[in-house]
Design a protein around this ligand. Structure first.
Ligand SMILES: Nc1ncnc2c1ncn2[C@@H]1O[C@H](COP(=O)(O)OP(=O)(O)OP(=O)(O)O)[C@@H](O)[C@H]1O
Ligand SMILES: [Mg+2]
Length: 264
């Protein structure tokens, strides 16, 4: 239902026939990829290691430049934008939280506001607000160093840092990869809540089809630099495009069946 409503919204991110070759003669990481993401959508990018997920995410904030093709945000070709200005509007959470080890939690979250020259009192109140948003008690956590945090807490700080300057777009590269299943589920549910509360457009890379099915409005399945299928969780489950997509759905199907049997 939510998706049908979103289908009418402008396509805020458009990847148009993009190919990427990291070096002349190298195997292409992306082959003519086209993908449009609607405003307010939560899109999951999924596929095997090396299929081009991080490369695709990087296209959106110009960490990766296309060898061919165009990327538009809000209808404008981002090749003409200033990368720093572009990235201010796009929060990015890296595969491994990537916090600055020598800065406190508050210092990490304040990095972008400080770069933007925000008033210190405003920055501090924003840091406190963000800690509450990601469910970390400001009293306990603001002054801690990254090495004093659990993996899940580090990912929460990375998320807060990515959202500090109120970007409308959030990119997440396997944000829960290193977390235990319970923590993973908790942080994932919080990301989904924050996505809705802030009205973000979110693109999340994941290896986990169950997670993609539970969190995303639409799922983009990639293989060898190609988009194999793009659809809602319901569409994927009902009509997998090929055996590859079917095989990716096997684990969640098995889990669902086992759970249903155990609870029967
Ligand atoms: N900076 C780079 N220079 C050269 N080749 C690269 C670079 N970054 C990625 N590649 C290659 O491009 C292909 C796609 O890489 P990418 O990082 O996008 O994969 P991925 O789907 O994110 O994989 P993973 O799930 O392991 O993170 C791979 O073959 C990789 O070796
Ligand atoms: Mg990757």
């Amino acid at each position: 239902m939510a998706c049908r409503k979103k289908a009418g919204l402008p396509r805020v991110i458009e990847i148009l026939d993009v190919s990427k070759r990291y070096a002349a003669g190298a195997h292409a990481a992306l082959h003519g990829l086209s993908l449009a993401i609607a405003e307010g959508e939560f899109l999951a990018l999924i596929g095997p290691s090396g299929c081009g997920k991080t490369t695709t995410l990087g296209l959106i904030n110009r960490l990766v430049e296309p060898s061919q093709g165009t990327v538009r945000i809000g209808g404008r070709d981002i090749a003409a934008s200033d990368p720093a200005a572009l990235r201010r509007g796009i929060g990015y959470v890296f595969q491994e939280a990537g916090l600055f080890p020598h800065l406190t939690v508050a210092g990490n979250i304040a990095v972008t506001p400080r770069l933007l020259g925000w008033d210190p009192a405003l920055t501090l109140s924003r840091v406190m607000e963000l800690l509450a948003l990601v469910k970390l008690d400001p009293e306990r956590f603001a002054d801690r160093m990254p090495h004093e945090l659990s993996g899940g807490q580090r990912q929460r700080v990375a998320l807060a840092r990515a959202l500090a300057a109120r970007p409308p777009i959030l990119l997440l590269d396997e944000p829960f990869g290193a977390l235990d299943p319970l923590t993973r589920d908790e942080v994932a549910q919080d990301v989904k809540r924050i996505h809705g509360e802030l009205g973000l457009t979110t693109v999340m890379v994941t290896h986990d089809m169950t997670e993609a099915l539970l969190l995303a409005d639409r799922i983009a399945v990639m293989r060898d630099g190609h988009l194999v299928q793009l659809g809602t969780p319901r569409e994927l489950v009902a009509h997998p495009a090929d055996d590859f997509v079917s095989s990716m759905l096997e684990t969640p199907r098995r889990r669902a069946a086992a759970l249903a049997a155990a609870l029967a």
